[in-house]
Design a binder for this molecule. Structure first.
Ligand code: NDP
Length: 497
């Protein structure tokens, strides 16, 4: 590696990195040694909040390759043709332990995958098990407290865990899997991954099916026995991290086969369990696994903190052709994951290298701590506006979610009876309530405020707003137009004949 000059954070090359500036060789340190401050202050701030769950993790970049055609189920561009490759980032984790905890704890394992697709990043934020302990997000914080430390002893507490599980028998399926040898997988390469939730797929005709994602390890399942896992905690608490990095470093790239289960709406209506219940699976005999593609991890990130620690996944991140479902836990995670990232990494976390969509992003979010792109430059930061630039594409309109007799959709806020009457009440206020003096003042205030409109769209904006004043009250519109020096005649539609 080529040598580079040592510099301050602001780029000033400097020399003295080991000795502080003192008054004489044995005197106190001078306040002006700002390099000392910079070193100490930065060090003090090295830790960001630990993830409240899934704190201990490992991650790598990879490639997803489509091997089978599933375009009859989804129009997601990532699946558009056999052979198509998409860059990915996968983070594995344990759930309950802190950052320094052992990789071989008996615990589910996180399996969080980001596909960098041309339609935006798609995150499948799952686990190595197809089910979970609870089925309603209201129970999540209570459940996790039982997996963490006792508030008094600050130790893990089997009493807390089994108290909660025994009071919540919906946990039994996941507890059984946890207590099997799959509760202590031998590293991350020898376990399956599951999207766990039910999601939806939409095809080009906007026909919907429900879908579950399975990532089957090509390395084969390998687990530690309880005794081996306990022993490994002492020998090498970072076993899974070391194993993953070593395998990828030597070119032994781990792979998983992506398979899906598909359920039609009719099948969902007849299913003997709730198809959106995260404590249940869909029997593979009835809903067979369908081949989709292969995921390969082939690149270790060159910096753990930048890529693995700052990685932020959210089930919110779906792409066109993939949608949500009524799974209550999924609905809860749609709120809590981005919320957790905003707390842990800051509101601009999607701009961090590992999270950033490599394709274009354009929106009206601005500012916030650590905004380090061009912040939208000089383009408008509000919508709607008269300047174009960023416009919603109707092609990406969400398909309504039909559920029994109801329909979840983005209903037009002005579509109900009287909803688009923005004029009658302001008209009454101006005509019948305001005194002559208030009227005069109000008109003068509006003229004064609207006189400040400048720029290439001045006339367009003024005319549009004048039309609203006219619709509220002709007299009000006329007085404002006069005050602004607008030729009202020229605004009126021409009469023919
Ligand atoms: P099958 O009888 O067709 O297959 C059994 C499944 O269980 C296989 O996928 C197998 O994984 C998996 N398995 C084996 N041992 C364990 C374990 N200790 N912990 C978790 N999974 C294990 O499955 P069915 O669909 O008929 O369902 C039967 C039961 O299998 C379910 O009640 C559920 O507990 C479990 N299961 C079901 C899954 C599903 O999505 N339907 C997924 C995973 C488990 P492998 O592929 O390695 O053989």
């Amino acid at each position: 590696m080529e040598n580079r000059k040592l510099t301050t954070a602001s780029g000033r090359p400097y020399y003295e990195h080991e000795n502080s500036m003192t008054v004489g060789p044995r005197g106190p340190i001078l306040l002006q040694d700002f390099i000392l401050h910079e070193k100490m202050a930065h060090f003090n701030r090295e830790r960001i909040p630990e993830r409240v769950v899934h704190a201990k993790g490992s991650g790598a970049y990879g490639t997803f390759t489509v091997t089978h055609d599933i375009t009859r189920y989804t129009k997601a561009k990532i699946f558009s043709e056999i052979g198509k490759k998409t860059k990915t980032f996968l983070r594995f984790s344990t759930v309950g332990g802190e950052q320094g905890s052992a990789d071989t704890e008996r615990d589910p394992r996180g399996f969080a995958l980001k596909f960098y697709t041309e339609d935006g990043n798609w995150d499948v934020v799952g686990n190595n098990t197809p089910v979970f302990f609870i089925k309603d997000p209201k129970k999540f914080s209570d459940f996790i407290h039982t997996q963490k430390r006792d508030p008094r002893t600050h130790c893990k507490s089997p009493a807390m865990m089994w108290d909660f599980w025994s009071l919540n028998p919906e946990s039994l399926h996941q507890v059984l899997i946890l207590m099997s040898d799959r509760g202590t997988p031998q590293g991350y390469r020898h376990m399956h991954g599951f999207g766990s939730h039910t999601f939806s797929f939409y095809n080009a005709q906007n026909e919907r099916v429900w879908v579950k994602f399975h990532f089957k390890t090509q390395q084969g399942i390998r687990n530690f026995t309880n005794a081996e896992a306990v022993e490994m905690k002492g020998k090498d608490p970072d076993f899974a991290q070391r194993d993953l990095v070593a395998a990828i470093d030597k070119g032994d790239f781990p792979k998983w086969d992506l398979k899906i289960q598909v359920m039609t709406e009719e099948q969902a209506a007849d299913f003997r369990w709730n198809p959106f219940d995260l404590t249940k699976t869909w029997p593979q005999g009835e809903f067979p696994l369908i081949d989709v593609g292969v995921l390969e991890l082939n690149e270790n990130p060159d910096n753990y903190f930048a890529h693995v620690e700052q990685a932020a996944f959210a089930p919110t991140n779906v792409v066109d052709g993939v949608g949500f479902s009524p799974d209550r836990m999924l609905q809860g995670r749609i709120l809590s994951y981005p919320d957790a990232h905003r707390y842990r990494l800051g509101v601009n976390y999607e701009q961090l290298t590992v999270n950033k969509c490599p394709y274009m992003t354009a929106n009206f979010h601005r500012d916030g701590a650590m905004r380090f792109d061009d912040n939208g430059g000089s383009s408008p930061n509000y919508f709607p506006n008269s300047f174009g630039d960023v416009i919603p594409d109707e092609k990406y309109k969400d398909y309504p979610m039909e559920l029994g007799n109801s329909r979840a959709d983005y209903y037009d806020r002005n579509s109900g009876p009287g909803d688009d009457d923005h004029y009658t009440q302001p008209g009454i206020l101006f005509r019948d309530v305001m005194t002559p003096e208030e009227k005069a003042n109000t008109v003068a205030n509006i003229v004064d405020a609207m006189s400040g409109i400048e720029g290439p769209k001045r006339n367009e904006i003024i005319n549009r707003q004048l039309c609203h004043w006219f619709r509220a009250d002709m007299g009000l519109g006329m007085q404002i137009a006069k005050g602004l020096g607008v030729d009202v005649e020229s605004m009126m539609p021409k009469r023919h004949g």
